[in-house]
Design a protein around this ligand. Sequence first.
Ligand code: HEC
Ligand code: HEC
Length: 322
Amino acid sequence: MGKSQFNPVRGKIKPRTLNGWAMALFVASSLTLLAAQSSAQDTSSAQDSGISRAMADQAAPITPSPSVTHQMYLDMKLGKLNIHGDNVVVEALVLQRDIPITYNYIATLMRTPNAFGDGPACVVCHGSNDLSKSYRGMDLSSCEGILRGATESPARQIIHPGEPGRSLLTKMIRNNRMPLGVPFFAPVDSDSILAIKDWINAGAANDDSFTTKILPLFSDPEAFGSENACVECHKSFRDPPSFNEVNLTSHEAIIKGAFSKTRNKRGLPGLPIVVLFDAEASPLYQRLTMNRMPPGIDPGAPADHPNTLLLMRWIEQGAWCK
Ligand code: HEC
Ligand code: HEC
């Protein structure tokens, strides 16, 4: 089963595997090498790496500013570039080199089926601000529409330019609704969900009402409309078996948040899943109410699809419409 490598609320990308880290370090160190080498650029290296002498001769001799293609050839020559699979290509050739992502590409993604994992194109269901034709009155078919966000009550922005992690758009492409496997159309205002919402909005106290009414919900297989109780997947601070080290077995554990064990080792607190007095901002409540898009996508589909990373980079770069 795919596990989220990106935490929407905290806006953090956790490399999927050790290889991911190795790759990142690899590319980072090769860029450092490049910086050192670019002033000493010579035609023989260009030739060895497949650039014709004619092209190399055209390079300005005194202050060479290697093209991104040339940098790539240098990396290949140094054996620093090993490209297998879409993810690595996007990481090594686009993200690491800070290639600008244009709105033009985002427009294509919104119109393309399976762009972020199996499912219909976003614009099929979010094609205008007409509430009678488009879910949430949201128009993902234009840049202005994306910036405007959902126009149906509660109207809200779906992106925060510069902050992919805070953007509802990326959260909803990456994060599964809980419990994993709950049908897409299960109501989001069931008694159980509203009880948790009210509890958080009242300050998430550790009182009798929490002990008798809230805590038992997490171990009740029927509380949230799936066959799995939350604690089947979130019962300890260890991942595995407890996804994201979320532990829903006590008040103290819930307040510790996600990844507390791993983060405590580095002297950091866990990542909150409950924001006191603010259910809407609490991952615990968000995960009960927000469906992963497109509807019906396999919850095991990787959260870090290359196109998702490119969408996030576009937002990070400022979500420019040009
Ligand atoms: C088959 C129809 C359908 C498709 C395709 C679809 N959505 Fe949705 N989307 C919905 C429905 C229905 C809702 C509202 C219900 C919900 O939030 O679960 C929604 C809600 C959303 C929201 C939340 C807006 C808000 O303020 O609540 C976002 C963001 C979103 N979709 C993005 C996308 C993206 C991005 C894609 C393409 C990857 C996509 N959707 C594809 C039907 C669809
Ligand atoms: C079948 C296993 C499964 C069940 C059941 C399940 N979860 Fe999860 N949960 C996951 C996985 C996998 C992730 C991480 C992947 C992701 O982010 O979508 C996750 C992530 C979460 C997160 C995000 C933590 C963070 O990093 O911010 C919360 C909160 C959460 N679950 C709450 C719940 C609640 C509440 C229930 C019960 C209603 C529940 N889960 C039931 C598997 C499960």
